[in-house]
Design a protein around this ligand. Structure first.
Ligand code: CMC
Length: 429
């Protein structure tokens, strides 16, 4: 017999089904709660609320497990490429060689942006944050493909997926090139995804430029690691926008804005800025650990803690190892890596961090690698966005194809004034 829970309200019993996910997680189905009992649930931050069922990503925060379509992140980081992982997330299976070649072909053949998009970059003030620029430009893509935005048309959705994946690296590289006054390059469709991006970032028309394959692989792995993370803040935003049947460009544009904040994708930038501050301040790591523990001090150790991971973040382990390797290969001595390692060691032995289950998250070490790849600090969140794009697309697509599709519309507990009369101006105050 299916499991249920019984809720007693004013002496009346109501039964609600318990649903079970494929990896054993259980959820109470409260979709009939209000119609049966007149009650709603109250869960600020959605800490206990499942907003959808999904076949894309599973994570077990207690055991530090992360699976994309069932495949452990460690295996994908070691054996896959970002484009193959994107295919896996979006279509549900690893591609055959033919499927991969076709997918890759479509993506590289949409990498150019409309020439007039280049003019947009002239309209922003000096040194705008790349997340603001890229979200605006991604949203504006909808104006160039106005007749292909039907979210229920399989072909139109497919071509939009290719366009987004293909154009985001170009849009991202342009934001950097513009900020340093260099000409906006064209993509090179002979190159793979990440090599092409790095070339657009760092080559100039004046001299030949070869992308270091170690750097390209490191970036590719970072993109894989960031590619999806189930119903986080930006993904939920993409789904919520998409739930009004808004097109994918608009939904992803919203996702980029949601990712920007320092509590989410902006944390990688905040981590490097914090490590730099500690270094500039003489490198006294204890001082900052103590500040993070002080309830009167708003300072937090950026790159520590996670809503879901309460043991360790499997992504941070992969990245830590990679940071060591990249720096060893490049021969660069990075003092911030030493500060980061010391900070991690001290925090992991400290009762405050142990009790609150605060561990280094994906963003703690990623900035050190981006820095070694010469990516400017304010572009770190944008690297996260490039990585998360296939996840946003897969989640948006799954929502549109879901038989239970519904516009997202949370309830609230109103605690404002009860009904009162409008006061004319001369009777106020
Ligand atoms: N440093 C110091 N104390 C912390 C930290 C931290 N980094 N993170 C959480 N705490 C404390 C917090 O003060 C609270 O203490 P108390 O119970 O005494 O009030 C307790 O731990 C629980 O924190 P919370 O904010 O209620 O936990 P949350 O699940 O709502 O927040 C988080 C998760 C990631 C927003 C938070 O840990 C944080 O702000 N971390 C720093 C920012 C960061 O690294 N963000 C990147 C997250 S990973 C990338 C991604 O997926 O977006």
């Amino acid at each position: 017999m299916a499991e249920t829970v019984t809720l007693t309200v004013n002496g009346n019993n109501y039964e609600f089904p318990i649903l079970e996910g494929s990896c054993g997680e259980k959820a109470i189905d409260i979709s009939q709660l209000r119609s049966q009992t007149g009650l709603i649930t109250y869960d600020p931050g959605f800490t206990c609320t499942g907003s959808c069922s999904s076949k894309i990503t599973f994570l077990d925060g207690e055991k530090g497990v992360l699976l994309y379509r069932g495949i452990p992140i460690e295996q994908l980081a070691e054996k896959s490429t970002f484009i193959e992982t994107a295919y896996l997330l979006i279509y549900g299976e690893l591609p055959t060689q033919d499927q991969l070649d076709e997918f890759h072909y479509h993506i590289i053949h949409h990498s150019m942006v409309h020439e007039s998009i280049k003019n947009f970059y002239d309209g922003f003030p000096n040194n705008p944050h790349p997340m603001a620029v890229c979200s605006a430009v991604v949203g504006s893509l909808a104006t160039f493909y106005q007749n292909e935005l039907n979210v229920r048309d399989e072909h139109e959705v497919e071509i939009t997926i290719h366009r987004l994946l293909a154009k985001l690296p170009t849009i991202a590289a342009y934001s950097y090139k513009k900020s340093i006054g260099q000409p906006l390059p064209y993509p090179d469709n002979q190159l793979d995804y990440t090599t092409n991006f790095l070339k657009m970032m760092f080559a100039t028309p004046c001299e030949p430029y070869t992308v270091d394959p170690v750097a390209a692989r490191a970036l590719d792995v970072l993109l894989i690691i960031h590619a999806d993370h189930e119903q986080n803040c930006s993904t939920s935003s993409v789904r919520l926008v998409g739930s009004s049947m808004s097109n994918l460009f608009a939904s992803v544009s919203a996702g980029i804005y949601a990712l920007w904040g320092p509590l989410h994708g902006g944390a990688n930038q905040a981590v490097i800025e914090m490590l730099q501050r500690i270094y500039d301040d003489g490198g006294d790591v204890y001082k900052y650990v103590n500040r993070a523990k002080d309830p009167k001090d708003p300072f937090r150790l950026m790159g520590f803690g996670h809503r879901v991971y309460k043991n360790f973040d499997p992504r941070s382990r992969i990245i830590k190892k990679m940071a060591d390797e990249v720096l060893k290969k490049s021969g660069v001595k990075e003092p911030l890596l030493e500060i980061a390692s010391e900070l991690e060691k001290i925090a992991l032995q400290d009762d405050y961090f142990i009790e609150k289950k605060l561990y280094p998250n994906v963003d703690f070490y990623s900035g050190i690698i981006y820095k070694a790849l010469n990516i400017p600090v304010n572009m770190f969140p944008l690297m996260f966005a490039m990585g998360r794009l296939p996840g946003w697309i897969a989640q948006w697509k799954e929502l549109q194809e879901d038989k239970a599709f519904k516009i997202g519309r949370p309830r609230q507990l109103y605690v404002g004034p009860t009904m009162r009369e409008y006061l004319p101006m001369n009777e106020r105050g």
